[in-house]
Write a protein of this length. Structure first.
Length: 341
């Protein structure tokens, strides 16, 4: 069982552990610092200091709220793909394209062989872990398939070749995180469900990233049509799937009833595409619905996607509701679970 793997690392999470997908809202001070840096009015070192201050704010806030597995909040990233492209050889950063709604990002262009130049996230993980009061902090990476899919490819022969080259560099980053002491690593693959015909590419790339690497792996998948990729996605070599259940009215649980879900499940219980979370008792109902499908030791609890599109106050409200909902169901479940063990 995956819980046994965590215990081997000395990580003792409670029943129904709480966490988040990874990205948090940037405080106004950091937004102003990023704008000033873009205009050449603030140095890279000054921007780095502002990002560290914002990271510290969110680590402190997670501890205050009682989150069990922390994240750094990605204060140092402008975008989940462009951040990595900017750090790797073989990329240029292109013009703005629409990602969704009124949000845009600078789409990377693969212009040559992609090369890992050294750790991209390790120092940020170390800093967050040093502030975490002994609680574990997840390593946070974007997966090779999503980086490929959200970039223009002007170098490799095809999508598979580009994805596998990126898998090699993400593998190097995983190894660097593990060497630094990180044992829970999330590899986000939101693009996975968009092209069901490429699941073989997704699975092969994730295998190249994780094979022989001694860590507990989570992948976050959102968007798309899960009917087309389930149960094939269970062949991805990860321990935990973090899924956008609340936004889909928990309908994915029907898929899991039809074909057993064989991994740990991070249940997204509040829909972050709204500006206000449902109350904790409503979220608790969603956790109970997941317990009809999976045993409690295989369920984790979090918001259903990243919180970066919310305000700081909204982000705190979403996290607080998750903690309170998990506590409600944990109190109902703990005694029976301990007896069964």
């Amino acid at each position: 069982m995956s819980r046994t793997k965590l215990e081997r690392y000395g990580i003792d999470l409670p029943l129904l552990p709480t966490t988040s997908v990874g990205s948090f809202p940037k405080p106004d001070e950091l937004k102003r610092a990023r704008a000033a840096h873009a205009k050449g009015e603030l140095s890279a070192a000054e921007l780095d200091a502002a990002a560290r201050q914002a990271t510290g704010f969110w680590i402190d806030k997670q501890l205050e709220l009682g989150i069990d597995l922390l994240v750094d909040g990605e204060m140092y990233r402008g975008d989940m793909v462009a951040f990595f492209a900017e750090s790797l050889a073989g990329f240029e950063i292109g013009g703005l394209v629409r990602s969704y709604g009124n949000r845009f990002y600078h789409k990377p262009i693969i212009t040559g062989q992609v090369v890992w130049n050294g750790p991209m996230t390790v120092d940020w993980w170390r800093y967050a872990q040093s502030r975490a009061g002994g609680k574990p902090v997840k390593g946070m990476l974007t997966g090779p398939y999503t980086i490929m899919d959200w970039s223009f490819n002007e170098h490799y022969a095809g999508r598979r070749a580009a994805t596998m080259a990126l898998a090699d560099v993400i593998r190097s980053e995983v190894a660097a995180l593990i060497a630094a002491g990180c044992r829970i690593i999330q590899i986000d693959e939101p693009a996975v469900s968009v092209r069901p015909g490429e699941m073989d590419v997704v699975i092969d790339a994730m295998r190249r990233v994780t094979d022989g690497q001694d860590a507990y792996f989570i992948t976050h998948i959102c968007y798309g049509n899960f009917d087309k990729i389930y149960p094939r996605m269970l062949d991805m070599p990860v321990d935990n799937f973090d899924l956008e259940l609340a936004n889909r009215h928990m309908e994915m649980l029907d898929l899991f009833r039809a074909h057993p879900f064989t991994r740990d499940l991070s249940v997204g219980v509040n829909d972050v595409h709204r500006h206000q979370t449902d109350p904790p008792e409503r979220l608790a109902e969603r956790i109970r619905a997941a317990l009809d499908v999976l045993p409690p030791e295989r369920i984790w609890v979090d918001p259903d996607c990243g919180l970066k599109t919310r305000t700081v106050a909204e982000g705190i409200e979403f996290l607080d509701a998750v903690v309170k909902a998990a506590a409600i169901v944990r109190a109902e479940t703990q005694t029976c679970w301990e007896t069964d063990r």
